[in-house]
Design a protein around this ligand. Structure first.
Ligand code: GTP
Ligand code: SPV
Ligand code: MN
Length: 630
């Protein structure tokens, strides 16, 4: 018999149905809560209804604890300063736990270290939980967050319930997902994919208590020495301990929508990907939707909110980080954004680079680890000029001046803001049937060798292009420096199952009954000999979209073949008004690509070994043939 738990309800909010006792909740949820309460021993239990009153109560609590401070310059905005040891995703402590190792991760050849995910046995996972969770919520409230990934009326959507001891997480989850009583009600009806009544993904989260000694930052409790993030795709379960930071703690996002999601998608025949979705209308009024996979901090949010520089173009945003997509009965690929908000990189966001984000984030937003201005606003590197007389407090709470040797905002500081506030949010962003997708883009930070854009020859080649993706490391995870890392499909940290099986799954999407979209690779980050970006990027990236649309429309004389794919002809790519080195930007240096192809082949063969699909091996072989007789 567990401890006595005091049930709290937000004052003034009445749940639609009376759910004031846990025993009235659906059985599976009741069991999950009771089991977790016995383990974590919280002092209070609060089932979230998602109401404004509840949110106001939680914000009040966070202010009292100094977890957040108000930003009076804006409406309903707050700043959280995390522990300096809890500022990004921790990939090295993120595990997929399955009965058989090979279901979760590829098995590299020989003694090569696996680079595409970490596996842990179910027994070791249980041990890790037993070492961390007993009593971890003592003195705290356990919040129960029923949430939906995707619109509540969409057959694409999936439900989850997160238990957490962090009010910051509740307030952030309320921005990033659809939460509350409506979700609880839906839990009482059958799941659309035949999982039965009451199906949901279980997500347990605690910020934790350090094993020895007091919490270092009382306003941001965490346990960085023992942080661990476990996924059990066979049970649709997530268990996260020790971190309050975004990707580690907002479990609907990377843990559910990508890791558990990709595994569900594998079972059910669809795709869960680290991609933005945008709608683009050309000057003739023809609207198309495209998705794009770039690794973390490589430009998804910026592209999804692009303000096109070419006259007559319009870009609208459906999502900036995650897509769930499938082919419909007519063979058309359709995608939803399973999220409800944006958890975007702050540094580099400005009136010139991303004016749409600037028009989105100054209301109802929780900022984390940005700097604060003396007039109650926020500041970060690359934002705008500082107003005279305004002083700055950095992300750790220390005085800061433009001459300081450390950055004002943490490089991975973020805004967490409701998607519906985006001035260019697409009219169909919550459409239950999703939006039709006509192109898939892959891309990364490639300082040399990789042209601004190229097009894959066909679907199978497109799968190779995704598999061969590489990018400079960024601050979004714990990696140091700017090493160029493999990041296939921008999913390296997010695969929920064996990457070889994932490749096979992508290949299997092409059937006689479907129209596969064209696949492209883009690179906004090529540099010249002086180390300067060769391409202005941001709004000018619409010129690349313009070319892609011409390709989709099968306009003649728009492309020429190279060994790596089609690149634009000079006539078909609009550089009007730009001062750029066209040849340098689009060149495909054969020596570079021969080395690149060898390195990628080596990587795929070593890492994926026996699980590498024959079709991908064939692509590797054909690329070598094309490179040796260009
Ligand atoms: P996650 O949220 O971590 O998945 O990142 P993201 O892929 O959404 O990246 P985001 O759009 O936030 O961009 C990350 C950084 O890249 C920011 O500092 C941007 O200013 C910068 N960036 C984005 N687009 C461009 C571009 O076209 N050119 C250049 N030079 N920089 C860009
Ligand atoms: C990313 O790192 O790709 C993000 C931020 O979008 S997080 O939610 O922390 O994963
Ligand atoms: Mn991301």
């Amino acid at each position: 018999c567990g401890p006595k738990v005091h049930l709290q309800w937000a004052s003034g909010s009445q749940p639609v149905r009376k759910l004031s006792v846990v025993s009235l909740l659906p059985n599976k949820l009741k069991d999950f809560i009771e089991e977790s309460v016995r383990l974590c021993r919280p002092s209070n239990l609060h089932v979230c209804d998602g109401s404004d009153a509840e949110n106001a109560m939680l914000i009040e609590r966070l202010l009292e604890n100094h977890t957040i401070v108000p930003l009076p310059k804006y409406k309903n905005c707050f700043l959280a300063r995390s522990s300096p040891r809890d500022v990004a995703r921790v990939e090295s402590r993120t595990f997929i736990c399955t009965k058989n190792k090979r279901d979760a991760v590829n098995v590299p050849r020989g003694s090569t270290k696996g680079m595409l995910g970490n596996w842990m046995s179910l027994e070791d996972a249980d041990r890790a939980v037993a070492e961390r969770f007993p009593g971890c919520m003592e003195g705290r409230t356990m919040y129960v967050i029923p949430f939906s990934m995707g619109p509540l009326d969409s057959p694409y959507s999936k439900l989850g319930v997160q238990l957490t001891d962090s009010a910051y997480v509740v307030c952030s989850m309320r921005i990033m997902t659809r939460i509350g009583t409506k979700v609880l009600e839906k839990l009482d009806s059958p799941d659309d994919s035949g999982n039965g009544v009451g199906y949901f993904v279980k997500a347990l989260h605690s910020v934790g208590h350090p094993a020895d000694g007091p919490v270092q930052h009382p306003h941001w409790p965490c346990d960085p020495d023992r942080t661990i993030i476990l996924h059990k795709p066979e049970m649709d379960e997530i268990i996260s301990y020790g971190s309050g930071y975004g990707g580690n703690s907002l479990l609907g996002k990377k843990c559910f929508a990508l890791r558990i999601g990709s595994s569900i998608a594998h079972r059910e025949g669809w795709l869960a990907e680290h991609m933005l979705i945008l709608g683009v209308t050309n000057p003739k009024g023809r609207k198309r939707y495209v998705v794009a996979a770039f690794p973390s901090a490589c430009g998804k949010t910026n592209m999804a909110m692009m303000r096109p520089t070419l006259p007559g173009y319009k870009v609208e945003c459906v999502g900036d980080d995650i897509v769930w997509m499938r082919f419909d009965r007519n063979g058309q690929l359709r995608a939803i954004n399973p999220e409800f908000g944006f958890f975007g990189v702050a540094p580099g966001t400005s009136r010139t680079t991303n004016p749409v984000a600037m028009d989105t984030v100054f209301e109802n937003t929780i900022f984390t680890n940005v700097a604060q201005t003396s007039d109650g606003g926020v500041y970060w590197e690359g934002m705008d000029k500082l107003e005279p007389g305004v002083t700055i407090t950095d992300w750790q709470g220390n005085p800061w001046t433009p001459g300081s040797s450390t950055p004002a905002a943490h490089p991975n500081s973020r805004f967490c803001t409701p998607a519906e506030q985006c001035p260019i949010i697409d009219a169909d962003w919550q459409s239950p049937d999703g939006v039709p997708i006509d192109a898939i883009l892959f891309g990364g930070r490639r300082p040399s060798g990789v042209p601004l854009v190229y097009e894959a020859f066909d679907w199978k080649h497109g799968v190779y292009v995704g598999a061969s993706m590489k990018s400079e490391a960024t601050a979004a995870a714990e990696h140091k420096g700017k090493e160029i890392m493999h990041d296939p499909f921008a999913m390296r940290p997010f695969f929920g199952y064996n990457f070889g099986h994932y490749l096979q799954h992508w290949l299997s999407m092409e059937t006689p009954n479907v129209k596969v979209p064209k696949v492209f690779h883009v690179n906004w980050f090529r540099k010249d000999d002086q180390g300067k970006y060769m391409w202005p990027g941001y709004g000018e990236n619409c010129r690349v979209l313009d070319w892609i649309l011409r390709r989709i429309d099968n306009e003649p004389l728009t492309a020429q073949p190279t060994p790596i794919g089609y690149v634009p002809t000079r006539e078909s790519f609009d550089v009007h008004g730009l001062n750029i080195d066209f040849d340098g930007l689009f060149s495909v240096p054969i020596d570079f690509w021969t080395e690149e192809a060898k390195e990628v082949a080596n990587f795929l063969n070593e890492q994926v070994d026996e699980d590498l699909p024959k079709d991908v091996q064939d692509q590797i072989d054909s690329l070598f043939r094309r490179l040796s007789s260009p």
